[in-house]
Design a protein around this ligand. Structure first.
Ligand code: KE4
Length: 430
């Protein structure tokens, strides 16, 4: 049996950084990544046989917990029928209809294989539908690794973004304006000076890539008004928040607070694939019909709507829409988030936590951050010590202070109690 370190050393020979996605390498927190051999319910086991209570949940997809029987049955049946056809299937219609039944802002949906692909396609569709090139995103929001979205704020409002990654030519991000999250003045200024050139505003409504930061109601309301006023599209990136913070996704929460609110385009992923490679983007028919093969905006994918992935996603959605599912999940998540804050308070450690549905976050700070700069100014050193203290006690949290955490329906009150007991132990040493 290899140790995690032995596997990591071997992985680094054949795979850049030893991982297929950077955050898995633990570079933000240090230490050796755990190589997972199997998972069941709320738990994962690593190569050394250590069991962890899992609060990553594959970064959101595993909302039912690992190995839910209904999902296993659906996937087993699907693989017997065939892995991939490159031709339409009824199950793609069923999944599309299921998603549309839960998200009234969308009349049509296009299935793809990753959140990046969905976000990239939504941007292209917004540009094609409006005939405009400029897009607005917000610092701290991550929408996948498409070139136009790997950009950080320019120096000041009018200047455009600079690439955050090598290999992205400045020309590609020259149309991407990066503003401060929750900053109404900046978005008003951007539309005042460039409103007629803006194709879309893309946002994570609850930003899980800043750990857990909510976009304020006045901010969302103002963006909606400005998009309407200037003919730009409002794109909700719900890859993480979709079917995770609420059955109707984050947009259903904002629709309760802003009468009649709807985004123009929505991007989904993670939960709708149930752990298999599946994502989607959707919106009103008049916009979606701009897509090939009907319209001029090209978009395609060999494994889009894959029969095994759609079986997994469909089984997952059918479970989470059952009565009482989100009430129970929300209560379990709140037990964790509130318990963490209470434990820190008792230990005299500044910690604030937030949660919605099955998603939570916490910061070693005295107040909940409202934007990226404040998130990145929270106590990183304390976070990293807390992360490792919890990992050593069999609790697997997100290995970076800017990442969110996820609770599944498989997490029991006892799992939360055990997590909080570990937290009290670690916090006492912080
Ligand atoms: P993927 O291409 O990784 O499937 O989705 C990109 C994406 C798009 N939009 C949002 C709001 C997202 O959170 C993501 C991906 N989230 C990260 C977690 N921070 C995935 C983890 C990883 O990169 O390995």
């Amino acid at each position: 049996m290899s140790t995690n370190q032995q596997l990591f050393d071997r992985a680094k020979i054949s795979i850049p950084g030893g991982v297929n996605s950077p955050v898995r390498a633990f570079r933000a927190v240090g230490g050796t990544p755990r190589f997972i051999t199997r998972a069941q319910g709320a738990y994962m086991w690593d190569a050394e046989g250590t069991r962890y209570i899992d609060y990553i949940g594959s970064w959101g997809p595993m909302i039912l917990g690992h190995g839910h029987p209904a999902v296993l049955d659906a996937v087993r049946k699907a693989i017997e029928e065939g892995f991939s056809f490159g031709a339409p299937t009824e199950r793609e219609i069923e999944l599309a209809e299921e998603i549309l039944s839960l998200v009234p802002s969308c009349e049509q949906i296009r299935l793809v294989s990753s959140g990046t692909e969905a976000g990239m396609s939504a941007i292209r569709l917004a540009r094609g539908a409006t005939g405009r090139s400029k897009i607005i995103k917000f610092e701290g929001c991550y929408h996948g690794h498409a070139d136009a979205l790997l950009v950080k704020a320019g120096s000041g409002l009018a200047t455009f973004g600079h690439p955050t990654s090598a290999g992205v030519p400045a020309e590609v991000v020259q149309h991407t304006l990066v503003l401060e999250y929750n900053n109404v003045e900046q978005i008003e200024e951007a539309f005042r000076t460039q409103g007629s050139e803006i194709a879309c505003v893309m946002i994570e409504p609850i930003a899980g890539n800043m750990n857990f930061v909510r976009s304020s109601v006045p901010f969302v309301k103002r963006i909606r008004e400005l998009c309407d006023q200037h003919g730009a599209l409002f794109v909700f990136d719900e890859v993480m928040s979709g079917f995770r913070v609420a059955l109707g996704s984050a947009q259903s929460l904002y629709a309760e607070l802003i009468p009649g609110f709807r985004p123009d385009l929505s991007v989904f992923g993670k939960v709708i694939g149930g752990g298999m490679p599946l994502a989607a983007f959707g919106g009103p028919r008049r916009i979606m019909e701009q897509l090939a093969p009907l319209g001029p905006v090209y978009q395609a994918g060999t494994l889009s709507g894959n029969p095994v992935a759609t079986a997994c996603g469909l089984a997952t959605l059918r479970e989470i829409k059952k009565p009482g599912f989100f009430e129970a999940l929300s209560a379990r998540t709140a037990q964790l988030a509130h318990g963490l804050q209470a434990a820190a308070q008792a230990a005299g450690v500044p910690l604030v936590s937030e949660c919605q549905g099955g998603m939570f976050g916490f910061f070693f700070a005295s107040e909940l951050p409202q934007n990226y700069n404040v998130v990145m100014a929270t106590d990183k050193e304390r976070f990293n010590r807390f992360f490792h203290g919890m990992l050593d006690r069999g609790v697997y949290l997100a290995p970076a202070l800017y990442e969110a955490g996820f609770v599944s329906a498989a997490h029991t009150a006892e799992d939360i109690d055990a997590t909080l007991a570990a937290a009290r132990d670690v916090l006492a040493q912080l």
